[in-house]
Write a protein that binds this ligand. Structure first.
Ligand SMILES: [Zn+2]
Length: 157
């Protein structure tokens, strides 16, 4: 898992995905919110259909992000989504909501955004390396405080 996330991070950086586009896709059975698609599946282990045409690396990031709720809810996103779509943290870029019965509402925002994916991948790698959530947050804040959008209003730790 750790090794594959490293690969993903390298790939993201090398493909220079940057910023968030506002392009929207048309699908009948899903909800659209400010250009982002939200789709529910039965559990964190079932990816939504909007991922079907996305590369494997992106599937890995989405899976890892969905399973890192506690971590990513404490990590701000610096892509501008706090202002543009009301996100509160980096977890919101991938998952809109988790339900009591284990079902999950995915958000396709992260598929269009290199910053969201980089922040998630870096945070998850550091977490697997044994760093605390507080340390990880400090690293993300100092990496992105200059040259990026305002962070989401994620409560301080
Ligand atoms: Zn974001």
């Amino acid at each position: 898992m750790k090794k594959s996330l490293f690969l993903i991070l390298t790939l993201l950086i090398s493909t220079a995905l940057a910023g968030c586009s506002s392009e929207s896709e048309e699908e009948a059975h899903v909800e659209h919110v400010n250009g982002d698609i939200r789709e529910e599946t039965a559990s964190v282990s079932t990816l939504p259909s909007f991922m079907d045409d996305k590369p494997q690396e992106m599937h890995d990031i989405y899976m890892a992000a969905a399973q890192s709720k506690e971590l990513l809810e404490n990590i701000p996103c610096y892509c501008g989504c706090g202002e543009s779509v009301g996100h509160r943290d980096n977890y919101d870029c991938f998952v809109n909501k988790t339900n009591e019965d284990g079902s999950i509402v995915w958000d396709d925002h992260g598929t269009k955004c290199g910053v969201c994916m980089e922040i998630a991948a870096q945070s998850i790698i550091d977490y697997q390396d044994g760093k605390s959530i507080k340390e990880i947050r400090e690293t993300i804040d100092s990496t992105y405080e200059n040259g990026y959008a305002e962070p989401t209003p994620t409560p301080a730790l």
